[in-house]
Design a protein around this ligand. Structure first.
Ligand code: NAP
Ligand code: F7E
Length: 335
């Protein structure tokens, strides 16, 4: 007798990771449901066209009743809570909204699982972040942050995520719920929003190459990030929910690179060795507090889950520039 397919509910279905995980879950035979907000979400048509197999359910992370309704429709074996106000710079300008969506939204999801009687049957993935750390790990200099490192968030986004992280752990400990938190370092790719620095750069590089713009305006160029590929990271999310116990896992590359290094590689893809004449600094893109350097240690995920990465840093830059050149040549919109 064939088993009925597993069901998954993905919040943040219109975002970068939501798209990657929808694809992965569909390949694995899941019935995929996606929470979509707003009465006329501008990304709805694109999701429907690219992922016709996803059942979109209207609902907002700030609305507990909508989340309970979504649980009843999807009856999920697994919930991937990826929805959030996720832009660090934006969170400084909209701190209350960020607290409501990125922080309290996690509580609303967990309560919706519990209130609909699914505490024992539904597993939850919580999208925690390296932004909860906030800089160098002075306790383990050079080794990178791991699951035991201290938190010191430096933005309203990081603070809201830390609430989400701890309430997720609290529901695991208090109610025995299977709630796993992935503490993910930056992950990028062809689906990254153009408001984030990597995609902003690769989009501009493609347009500069085709004569569609002549420079790019950026904020600080010295910060360093541990940048991986989103496709590799959503595989890790799925692996966390297949593990026999709920836990916290860092996903990272173990390498850190500055924005200047990213610029160097991206411009080299179009044959430009010196990127400096094409970059102007604009204080509008600087933040009230910056996270200088992030470096993660993914040893636990590698050993316990068998997680591995397929794309390295130069490979990531290459695939993003190639994608944006193709998109610009096809005349697709830049934003
Ligand atoms: P993203 O592209 O910015 O997507 C965010 C998603 O959240 C979008 O689908 C957005 O929907 C949705 N959303 C925003 N407000 C909402 C609300 N009030 N109700 C319901 N949905 C709402 O983010 P991502 O890069 O895919 O990241 C996925 C998750 O991982 C996020 O929680 C992020 O904070 C976290 N994370 C990301 C990284 C990274 O490097 N990418 C690293 C660590 C953690 P709309 O389309 O309607 O705006
Ligand atoms: O900034 C600097 C900026 O916005 C990276 C989110 O997915 O990863 C992401 O957060 C760095 C920062 O990502 C511009 O100041 C310079 O130092 O691409 P970003 P982020 O802040 O690291 C973490 C792990 C998450 O969890 C978040 O959800 O680049 N920077 N000039 C700029 N950043 C942007 N966006 N735009 C600029 O023009």
């Amino acid at each position: 007798m064939s088993e009925s397919p597993k069901s998954a509910l993905v919040t943040g279905i219109t975002g970068q990771d939501g798209c990657h995980i929808a694809e992965l879950l569909h390949e694995k035979g899941y019935e995929v449901h996606g929470l979509i907000r707003g009465q006329n979400n501008p990304r709805k048509a694109a999701v429907e066209a690219e992922f016709p197999f996803v059942n979109l359910i209207e609902g907002d992370l700030t609305d507990p009743a909508a989340l309970m309704r979504a649980m009843d429709i999807a009856n999920p074996d697994e919930v991937y809570n990826l929805g959030a106000i996720s832009h660090v710079g934006y969170s400084f300008k909209n701190p209350t909204l960020t607290a409501d969506v990125t922080g309290k939204g996690v509580l609303n999801v967990l309560e919706a699982v519990r209130a609909t009687g699914r505490a024992e049957s539904t597993k939850v993935y919580q999208a925690s972040t390296s932004e909860m750390f906030g800089g160098l790990d002075y306790n383990r200099p050079g080794a990178g942050y791991n699951e035991d490192s201290l938190f010191h968030p430096r933005s309203p986004y990081g603070v809201a995520k830390l609430y989400g992280h701890w309430i997720a752990k609290n529901y695991r400990e208090s109610y025995g719920m299977f709630v796993s938190c992935g503490i993910l370092f930056n992950h990028e790719g062809e689906r990254r929003g153009k408001e984030f620095v990597t995609r902003k750069i690769t989009d501009a590089v493609a347009r500069i190459h085709l004569g569609l713009q002549d420079h790019i305006e950026l904020g600080d160029l010295w910060p360093k990030r541990d940048w991986g590929y989103a496709g590799d990271y959503v595989r890790g999310m799925w692996q966390m929910l297949q593990h026999d116990t709920a836990d916290d896992f860092v996903l990272a590359t173990g390498e850190t690179h500055s924005i200047e290094e990213f610029l160097q590689l991206a411009f080299a893809e179009i044959g430009i060795d010196d990127w400096r004449p094409y970059v102007k600094q604009n204080p509008a893109f600087m933040r009230p507090a910056e996270v200088d350097i992030l470096l993660g240690d993914p040893t636990k995920a590698e050993k316990v889950l068998g997680w591995e990465r397929k794309v390295d840093f130069p490979g990531l830059v290459k695939l993003m520039v190639a994608h944006d050149l193709e998109q610009q040549r096809a005349g697709l919109p830049s934003a």
